[in-house]
Design a binder for this molecule. Structure first.
Ligand code: ZN
Length: 146
């Protein structure tokens, strides 16, 4: 897999120094998602404060793409309103489905644009999306409790 070297660096940086890794003891919802095709696993806790994403913590094992992607999202979506986070999530999903035709909007996606090249590799898209799908699931469950 060939990724742009700058983007490769962003991904490796998140992989080596993951953000918000380590599950918080208190949360509104906890989910566990797996990507059997690669062996990636992510447990993700989310806490809401009204309509704001108050905390995202996670733990996981797997390839650098899956672990870097969840690190990026936990930083990017933290403190956003749920609707802002949804917009970012939809934007990222669209990028992952673009088969390499989109570069991504870094004003919206920030570090997540580093994943753009992954969309050219169908086998790895699930790796990149795993944490995002876990986040989406967790927020739906957390909202159901409100
Ligand atoms: Zn993977």
């Amino acid at each position: 897999m060939q990724l742009d070297s700058l983007y490769q660096e962003v991904i490796l940086d998140h992989y080596k120094r993951p953000q918000h890794k380590g599950l918080a003891a208190t949360y509104d919802a906890q989910v566990h998602h797996v990507n059997p095709s690669c062996g990636d696993e992510i447990t993700l806790n989310v806490a809401l404060d009204g309509d704001k994403v108050a905390a995202i913590t996670w733990d996981g094992v797997g390839c650098s793409i899956s672990q870097a992607s969840v690190s990026i999202l936990s930083d990017l979506l933290l403190g956003k309103s749920i609707s802002e986070a949804d917009l970012i999530l939809n934007n990222f999903t669209e990028l992952m489905q673009s088969k390499g035709t989109m570069v991504g909007d870094d004003a919206i996606l920030e570090d997540a644009v580093a994943m753009a090249g992954v969309s050219k590799f169908p086998a790895r898209i699930k790796c990149a999306l795993l944490g995002w799908m876990a986040y989406k699931d967790a927020v739906v469950q957390a909202q159901a409790k409100l």
